[in-house]
Write a protein that binds this ligand. Sequence first.
Ligand code: GDP
Length: 298
Amino acid sequence: ERLKQGLTKAKQGITDKIDNVLNMYTKVDEELLEDLEEILITADVGVNTTMNIIDQLRNRIKQKGITDPMDVRVELKNIVENILDNDNAKLDVEKSPSIILMVGVNGVGKTTTIGKLANRYKSEGKKVLLAAGDTFRAAAIEQLEVWAQRSNVDIIKHQEGADPGAVVYDAIKAAKARNVDLLICDTAGRLHNKANLMNELGKVFKIVDREFPEAKREVLLVVDATTGQNAVSQAKTFKEVADITGIVLTKLDGTAKGGVVLAVKSEVDVPVKLIGVGEKVEDLQDFDAKAFSDALFG
Ligand code: GDP
């Protein structure tokens, strides 16, 4: 299926390499663990998370008296699954009205993700409205319009350079007047510095607090899996300036370093709720720890 297909590169970059190493060894020793450690670090799992995994693995090997390298694979998969597992990690927009605020820097796939979400919920029969809150780039507004047309949903937009807060304000008014089930707001992705980001996002959040308190809110941070540890540091920065309720990890199909999912999971403490495994509408998936590790290790 799509998930397996989307994770082909990641599988090559992680599991195939792991299998190669395991096949080379006849016994389980520190050298083997060192080889595995190197693979994980190369796959962007991150140093801390890699150390954690290897420590757990070492303990299990000792406790269970594992001597066959192939049995190490089972333990490794299980440890990975445990790290990825997270309760209530599903996107929750079932209540009407709901609002999704999308945040993230330019180029990570924010617009594409909004388009995919609009399409998903529209085809589920919800009334969806988009707000072009990234007013700093004319291209962002135009691109969102294309997605709106494609999914046949309405969009609220202002001119380039307009106040993002005003766009969101108008969109909330429209959402109420039109009995919209789900309002999805784009925001500007400029990350000059933390104070600036806090200021820009703060204005938008304040308007949502004031004008739309009845709406169930999701704040989704979009990060690009191909940027590796950058994705992790972006997540940490945004988490400091906004109440992020979930992370969207895009472009997982484009990287052999799928380990970034593990790094985000264990170092950021915000659930990964969605993953992007391609450019098409159907390539946005709910993150499922079991399905993910099955696709990766299967
Ligand atoms: P934005 O600047 O954050 O709004 O980014 P865009 O939505 O414009 O996306 C930037 C590029 O990434 C576009 O070419 C998208 O088609 C592409 N993209 C977004 N998500 C994915 C994904 O999950 N997989 C792949 N392969 N490409 C993606």
